[in-house]
Ligand binder design. Structure first.
Ligand code: AR6
Length: 353
């Protein structure tokens, strides 16, 4: 008698599991989805679960609305929702400028007078060399070394998506990927920065560390395009709605994505804060294998040239390095591209060979 009852109960449990649990759970989640679509607040855990079950595919309009909501939140509000404390994040005033850093370094190496650029103290004061996790920086924008899908990955890309939460992925999904050397801007959601500039560096896996001219051009394009897109963002958001044309689109947003409610999208496309400070990781030098010192040289040369062309557009450019070897490369090359009047200029890599 007892085994028969047990078998019946087991059968009921299996049947429930197979035929009822999933539909009940899906119905519950669909209910949650309508709450999310109606709400102006976010519940990132629920969104993540909805996405996992392929229930929640946010529309371009809801993505733009979230972008707008998060760009208006204060650092305190974001910290409350995210898993970091205000005391853990670093703002620009916590980071020493390059002249301050160089002074503290007290280099004793022999001075060498060859430099790739003229000394310009105003530009040098905008430069920061900082070692640490880019996701902890409270700057206007951080750069992501992404892949061409823009749908997340490992390295710094993985760290950025993990900290920013699923709404970053939702916005990335609307961008149709990104070509190598190009860049696209999204909001930063649960990160302490406001924007993420996603760029895709070249893959460079030559066994003898030789970099092709093509790869070098693509890496140069990453740094330059990130800054050009920042400039475009700032120019676009400077306009008033009265002077902006009705048909004008936010850079990177195509009209065909602007599906159901054009007026909401148009309204959300304007008045975003400007980007005056930007932090770069060492693009392509991790999983994509670009030789680190050569990459540092491209980064510094390109940023110096861009700042020479646009001396007033940015307040700070942070080279956010992660590894000790990168700190050494930047300490060696910064004096070449951002020479300081009282500071010995380090040898360039060609001088050493
Ligand atoms: N903060 C700052 N820098 C970091 C961090 C961090 N949290 N984490 C790593 N780095 P990588 P790539 C440094 O591999 O070479 C991804 O899967 C790291 O030490 O992140 O351009 C993408 O989806 C290195 O110096 O980027 C692509 O598929 C630098 O960031 C692919 O990797 C870049 O290393 C892109 O490869």
């Amino acid at each position: 008698m007892l085994p028969r009852v047990q078998n019946t109960l087991r059968f009921v449990a299996i049947a429930f599991n197979h035929y009822l649990r999933q539909p009940i759970y899906r119905t519950f989640l669909i209910g949650k989805m309508s709450q999310i679509e109606d709400s102006t607040d976010s519940d990132s855990e629920t969104v993540a679960e909805l996405r996992r079950c392929h229930i929640y595919e946010p529309s371009r309009n809801s993505v733009l609305r979230d972008r707008d909501i998060y760009l208006k939140k204060s650092l305190f509000e974001i910290a409350e929702e995210a898993d970091w404390q205000i005391s853990e994040v670093l703002t620009i005033s916590d980071l020493p400028t390059w002249p301050e850093y160089a002074k503290a370094l007290e280099r004793t190496e022999e001075a060498n007078n060859t430099s790739a650029a003229n000394a310009n103290t105003d530009l040098s004061k905008k430069i920061v060399l900082w070692q640490g996790d880019i996701t902890m920086l409270n700057v206007d924008a951080i750069v992501n070394a992404a892949n061409d899908s823009l749908l997340g990955g490992g390295g710094v890309d993985g760290a950025i998506h993990e900290s920013a939460g699923p709404k970053l992925l939702s916005e990335c999904e609307t961008l149709n990927g990104c070509e190598t050397g190009d860049a696209k801007i999204t909001a930063a959601y649960l990160l302490p920065s406001q924007f993420v500039v996603h760029t895709v560096g070249p893959k460079c896996h030559s066994p003898d560390s030789v970099v092709s001219h093509h790869s070098e051009m693509l890496l140069t394009s990453c740094y330059r395009t990130c800054l050009d897109k920042v400039l475009e963002h700032n120019e676009f958001n400077k306009r008033s709605p009265d002077t902006a044309s009705k048909d004008e689109e936010r850079p990177g947003v195509s009209a065909k994505d602007d599906d159901s409610n054009a007026s909401i999208s148009k309204r959300l496309q304007r008045f975003e804060p400007p980007i005056r400070s930007i932090a770069f990781p060492c693009i392509s030098t991790g999983i994509y294998g670009y030789p680190k010192e050569a990459a540092a040289e491209v980064a510094l040369k390109t940023i110096r040239e861009w700042l020479d062309e646009h001396p007033d557009e940015l307040d700070a450019v942070i080279f956010c390095v992660f590894l000790d070897s990168d700190v050494r490369n930047y300490e060696k090359l910064l004096p070449v591209y951002f020479p300081l009047p009282d500071y010995p200029q380090s040898r360039s890599s060609e001088d050493e060979t």
